[in-house]
Write a protein that binds this ligand. Structure first.
Ligand SMILES: NC(=O)CC[C@H](N)C(=O)O
Length: 348
């Protein structure tokens, strides 16, 4: 039964089945992960995107809040071959349109061949092709979402594990996944979560042992104040970054970033550490990358598939960043040692 339409950049419209009604638009991206749909759907990095699952059955082990990475669903829409009732009901209750019964393999290979695409969706009994095309028409390029930090960051500072015996971390929340906070708290760090546009004074008030720039959605160049903060604290306070965090740190310290064709999107991305020659499997969902690391940062890890920078470091300035997600969720735990490394760096 066709009661949903997916309009793709260029004007092609694909027929589908509505599982959660509504109209929506966003950048069409995918994940190849077999599991971890609750974690991905609550990851703030997917803000302003439509998430397509390439694995055909999504929802087969239910929906449990304990696996959420934030308090809401972030993708603007969801596309799958088959969504279970559990997931469909959850998305409907969150007001996030969802569709299934379409050829997701064809969609994903299309993104891989032609690059990231804009998308419009119309789902529900009254949906028309024209509605989906009208959404597509209004869809902005990801880099034009200049206020995306404000959409996902905390409004006011929050503290976790206030009486912890470990290091004090200022986590700049550009759309942080809960597992980053959990990974730090598990190691007894006290974590002060600060808004993405925190000032130098806001950070000084926390007097952190480590300044940590989180993951987050959109174009890293739209995080101007976060870049200013990185620039003023580099060399003063040890620093760590994950995903958007790595991009912001590189851009702030004289490097540059660029949009990738379709990004790294799955839980089996191989990363080689150039210092140890070891390869780890990592989880990733990003569409931008560091193009030039700049003179202050050394590329210490690369993606085995395309040689893009996966780790940047400066031993003297005490900076370690990763393009992938050491906190996992979803994905392999191989690189969790990152949190031990950055806290050890903060300690001495
Ligand atoms: N997971 C992330 O932090 C994504 C970073 C950035 N928004 C990108 O797409 O490259």
């Amino acid at each position: 039964m066709t009661d949903a339409y997916v309009a793709i950049e260029g004007g092609r419209v694909v027929e589908a089945r509505s599982r959660a009604p509504g109209t929506t638009r966003g950048e069409l991206v995918f994940t190849t992960a077999y599991t971890g749909y609750e974690e991905s759907l609550t990851d703030p990095s997917y803000e302003e995107q439509i998430l397509t699952f390439s694995y055909p059955l999504i929802g087969n082990y239910g929906v449990r809040e304990e696996r959420f990475e934030s308090d809401r669903v972030h993708p603007r829409g969801v596309v799958a071959r088959e969504l279970t009732e559990d997931v469909a009901e959850w998305l409907e209750s969150e007001g996030v349109p969802a569709v299934d019964h379409l050829d997701t393999r064809e969609l994903v290979t299309g993104i891989r061949d032609e690059g990231a695409m804009k998308c419009g969706i119309a789902a529900g009994p009254d949906a028309t092709e024209e509605d989906a095309l009208a959404e597509l028409e209004q869809c902005k390029h990801m880099s034009d979402h200049t206020e995306i930090g404000a959409q996902v960051s905390v409004g006011e500072p929050e503290v976790f594990n206030e009486d912890g015996d470990g290091e004090t971390v200022a986590l700049i929340d550009c759309g942080a996944k809960g597992s980053i906070i959990d990974s730090l708290v598990e190691r007894d760090a006290t974590v002060h979560v600060l808004p993405y546009d925190a000032t130098e004074d806001d950070v000084a008030a926390v007097d952190p042992d480590l300044l940590f720039i989180s993951n987050g959605p959109g174009d890293p160049e739209n995080f101007e104040q976060t870049k200013t903060l990185v620039d003023s604290y580099a060399g003063e306070t040890p620093m760590a970054g994950i995903c958007l965090g790595q991009q912001v740190v590189a851009s702030a310290l004289g490097g540059s970033t660029e949009k990738m064709e379709f990004g790294h999107r799955g839980v089996n991305q191989p990363v080689r550490d150039l210092r140890t020659d070891r390869v780890v499997m990592t989880t990733q969902n990003h569409g931008y990358t560091v193009a030039e690391p700049g003179e202050k940062l050394e590329v210490t890890q690369i993606n085995v598939n395309d040689d893009t920078p996966e780790g940047l470091e400066n031993d003297d300035l005490e900076i370690i960043t990763r393009q992938y997600h050491p906190e996992a969720n979803p994905g392999p735990n191989d690189s969790k040692g990152f949190f031990d490394d950055v806290l050890a760096m903060a300690e001495d």
